[in-house]
Write a protein that binds this ligand. Structure first.
Ligand code: ADP
Ligand code: MG
Length: 483
């Protein structure tokens, strides 16, 4: 009997841990920076030594609230921290400090678009907690080593409702989430480096059924693409099991990136009992009206808002607006560029064309891009005034500007003798030459084959090495040909 995949739907809930970009840890002044020598950022608080007292980092609270506001969540005013008890070598205190019954953000949603349409993915909660240290299995061949630098670094955990219905939706959700944390500047969003980590909860059910099926949780997903792959693998595996009339086990599984499969880590019976209780060393904390307003007023514009603004105020096509708002770096550069030029559509074209290619092919970042917005704006101006063609500007001047980080585009154009000619007699000479080279075509044109005009324009362009003003060229050609 073959399995009927269409008879089932997949249900997915995602849990994402995002490392907050605070300078210090969640409960002490140790540096939260990544990459320090092992165990150099470990005070008694991080190590949980007797008598050490934690103290809450206000910036971490601010970042969590920012995320909540960006996701339309309700902000919890009365918070406390709880101890989540378990034993693991990378957990020096024997418990993790987390939020249990009072997540700082409740509900909310993230808006996504897929080929299937638009949708709000409902959130269950966003809470604050501390990260664990890191077990290192490759330092010493006989033993496992632990680095506690990461222990105590602030995280937010963003938990969705079981609201996603396909691997594409999961992909779109994570892409959007990463965009939001980067726009807010609260997390660098790099899944490959572990600063954003995702666990996927997956179940299936026959179409039409509204209750939830038994779920598996897949861990160790270190890229958005792998989340998608894991969901696709699990969906298939579970539907095949269901088709064979077998029960699906509630379990935690791990994703093997090497072959795109998952394997069981532990079943429900082996699950921990965390024995949560309020941390007696940390007083409850209150989010005041004033603090909430302060955070709200410091929120930067987010992609959806910017897209609307670019369409309305700058008259950009929606496609251009979306491409520009795809990453924060591009938006920052574009914002500076449109302060220097009113040719908004041209500015958008440059970002999607020559600038994009330079970033991709030569590895430039926009933060230290050799052609800063003011200089690019001057180049755009020369094209708009008809003194340079776009093709000369992008293929001849721009590459020079990438290497020479101060040269003015006009000076470069003059030095290289590239300024477009609007000198009628000079262009007329090129027109003469062009027509003289193709007497047969001229005759054909005069007999009615008007499409040949393109050929003549092309020839003038070639003869003038792109310097002949195209509008004047056309005009002079017509004058010659029609008379
Ligand atoms: P747990 O206690 O196992 O962590 P939670 O109820 O806290 O489970 O949910 C964790 C995540 O799993 C949430 O994102 C939730 O939406 C998702 N989830 C819960 N039940 C299911 C299910 N049956 N199928 C898919 N996802 C689920
Ligand atoms: Mg879980």
């Amino acid at each position: 009997m073959s399995t009927n995949f269409d008879a089932y739907e997949v249900v997915i809930g995602l849990e994402v841990h995002a490392q907050l970009l605070t300078r210090t840890k969640l409960f002490c002044g140790d540096s939260a920076a990544f990459g320090g020598n092992p165990n150099t950022q470990v005070s008694p608080v991080t190590l949980g030594l007797p008598g050490a007292l934690p103290k809450l980092n206000k910036t971490a609270v601010e970042f969590a609230i920012k995320m909540g506001l960006a996701c339309h969540s309700e902000i919890e005013r009365n918070n406390y921290f709880a101890r989540k008890n378990y034993f693991y070598p990378d957990l020096p205190k024997g418990y993790q400090i987390s939020q249990h019954t009072t997540p700082i953000c409740k509900g909310g949603f993230v808006h996504i678009r897929t080929a299937g349409g638009e949708k709000d993915i409902q959130l269950n909660r966003i809470h604050l907690e501390e990260d664990a240290g890191k077990s290192l299995h490759d330092v010493d061949p006989a033993n496992t080593s632990v680095d506690y630098n990461r222990a105590g670094v602030p995280l937010i955990e963003i938990v969705t409702e079981p609201d996603l219905r396909s691997s594409d939706e999961a992909y779109a959700y994570l892409t959007e989430l990463r965009k939001i944390v980067r726009f807010l500047g609260i997390c660098d969003g790099n899944m490959e480096e572990g600063s954003m980590r995702c666990d996927a909860n997956i179940s299936i059910r026959p179409k039409g059924v509204t209750t939830l099926g038994t779920k598996v949780e897949v861990k160790n997903l270190n890229s958005i693409r792998n989340v998608k792959k894991a969901i696709e693998f699990e969906t298939k595996r579970m539907i095949v099991l269901a088709g064979e009339g077998k029960a699906i086990q509630q379990e935690t599984r791990s994703f093997d990136a090497a072959d795109g499969t998952t394997f069981s880590l532990r079943t429900k019976e082996e699950a921990n009992d965390y024995r949560y209780f309020a941390d007696p060393d940390l007083p409850p904390f209150h989010v005041s009206d004033a603090f909430l307003e302060e955070v709200r007023s410091s929120l930067p514009a987010l992609p959806e808002e910017l897209i609307t603004r670019y369409i309305r105020e700058l008259q950009l096509p929606e496609y251009d607006a979306r491409v520009i708002c795809d990453d924060k770096e591009t938006v920052d550069y574009f914002e500076r560029l449109v302060k220097e030029t009113v040719h908004y559509k041209a500015a958008a074209n440059w970002l999607q064309g020559p600038v994009w290619s330079a970033r991709n092919e030569e590895g430039f970042t926009l933060k230290d891009f050799p052609v800063q917005p003011a200089r690019l704006a001057r180049l755009i101006q020369l094209v708009e005034e008809g003194r340079l063609s776009f093709s000369i500007a992008s293929s001849r001047i721009f590459p020079v500007m990438l290497k020479d980080t101060t040269g003015d585009p006009l000076d470069i154009a003059i030095t290289l003798n590239l300024l477009q000619s609007s000198d009628t007699s000079e262009i007329a000479a090129w027109v003469e030459q062009a027509l003289a080279r193709m007497p047969d075509k001229v005759t054909e044109y005069r007999k009615g084959k008007k499409g040949l005009i393109g050929l003549f324009v092309g020839e003038v362009k070639r003869l003038s090495k792109g310097k002949a003003d195209p509008r004047l060229t056309n005009q002079l050609l017509l004058e010659k040909l029609e008379n």
